[in-house]
Design a protein around this ligand. Structure first.
Ligand SMILES: NC(=O)c1ccc[n+]([C@@H]2O[C@H](COP(=O)([O-])OP(=O)(O)OC[C@H]3O[C@@H](n4cnc5c(N)ncnc54)[C@H](OP(=O)(O)O)[C@@H]3O)[C@@H](O)[C@H]2O)c1
Length: 275
């Protein structure tokens, strides 16, 4: 894809799942990658895979909850490649538990990783992306579009990303910066294996998602299209958009009923699989 050739892309959350798969795809399209996350071995593996396929990548490890580490990751990217065209803020973690009974520590952690992690990366990438008239792209979720039981704090972190990025899209329009948000349903990645319970610990066996799980490559397709077409938002699946509109038109009555049934309180309070 010619428009991605030699673009410099910083990906947070590049060690796993959506970030990893998108980094590999971008490299195949000729982009040069800066790969960020905490797990150095996993990042090196992605870098090797890109280089073996003839691409270029560097590793810029960072914990996104530490603003100084994120600043260094951005600066190392620019020092190595001379510019930054695209930020893909994919680092995140999930929590599945009803709000009542959830520890404050775990609620704050989700916000720190998902929202502040995205905010720090966006803050430090912005001056560079402005110079290249590039793209700021963040991973939200369908839980950032519609309140869902068990995903109160996770959804709040994703609504916050939506709010920040919607404002940014307007603020940066005159600078020619593209700002896009990706909002997928359940995607087949290791995210679910690490989903936190009410105590902020990974579930022994996470409750099964009550809706379809989408292949990660479908999500990558959406992200690539969003970047290339400089779209404001993309949903996975596409029909989630019309469904949200219908839900709203029906006063959310049916949607609420379905969601309360699919995400009952019991499953959010323990760590046993719900049959
Ligand atoms: N999978 C889904 O169903 C789904 C649906 C909607 C939205 N999303 C969003 O998509 C994004 C990617 O999720 P995924 O499904 O690809 O999950 P994943 O496979 O678990 O990957 C999460 C990534 O975030 C990184 N990360 C987590 N905590 C971090 C921290 N403190 N500092 C730096 N990096 C950190 C992880 O790297 P390290 O552990 O190496 O740091 C990993 O690379 C997330 O924002 C998620 O909320 C996912």
């Amino acid at each position: 894809m010619e428009s991605l050739r030699n673009k410099i892309v910083l990906v947070t959350g590049a060690s796993s799942g959506i970030g990893r798969a998108t980094a590999l795809r971008l490299a195949r399209h000729g982009a040069q990658l800066a790969l960020s996350a905490r797990n150095l071995d996993a990042l090196e593996e992605v870098r090797r895979e890109i280089e073996l396929a003839g691409g270029a990548a560097i590793v810029v490890p960072a914990d996104v909850t530490d603003s100084e580490q994120v600043r260094q990751a951005v600066e190392s990217t620019v020092a190595r490649f001379g510019k930054l065209d695209i930020l893909l803020a994919s680092a995140g973690l999930s929590m599945r538990a009803y709000f009542e009974g959830s520890s404050l520590e775990s609620l704050e952690r989700v916000m720190r990783v998902n929202f502040f992690g995205t905010l720090y990366a966006t803050h430090f990438a912005l001056p560079h992306v402005k110079k290249t008239k590039g793209s700021l792209v963040a991973l939200s979720s369908l839980t950032g579009k519609r309140g869902i039981p068990s995903y109160g704090i996770y959804g709040a972190s994703k609504f916050a990303i939506q709010g920040l990025y919607e404002a940014l899209a307007l603020e940066l329009k005159r600078d020619g910066v593209h700002v896009g948000v990706v909002s997928p349903a359940f995607v087949d990645t290791p995210l679910r294996a690490n989903v936190l319970n009410k105590d902020g610990k990974p579930w022994d066996v996470p409750p099964p998602p009550p809706f379809r799980i989408w292949p990660v490559e479908k999500c990558v397709d959406r992200i690539i299209r969003l970047i290339v077409k400089r779209k404001r938002q993309t949903l996975l699946p596409w029909f989630a958009g019309p469904l949200l509109v219908i839900d709203e038109m029906l006063g959310r009555v049916i949607g609420d009923r379905i969601l309360r049934r699919r995400f009952p309180p019991g499953e959010g309070q323990g760590d046993k699989e719900i049959k």
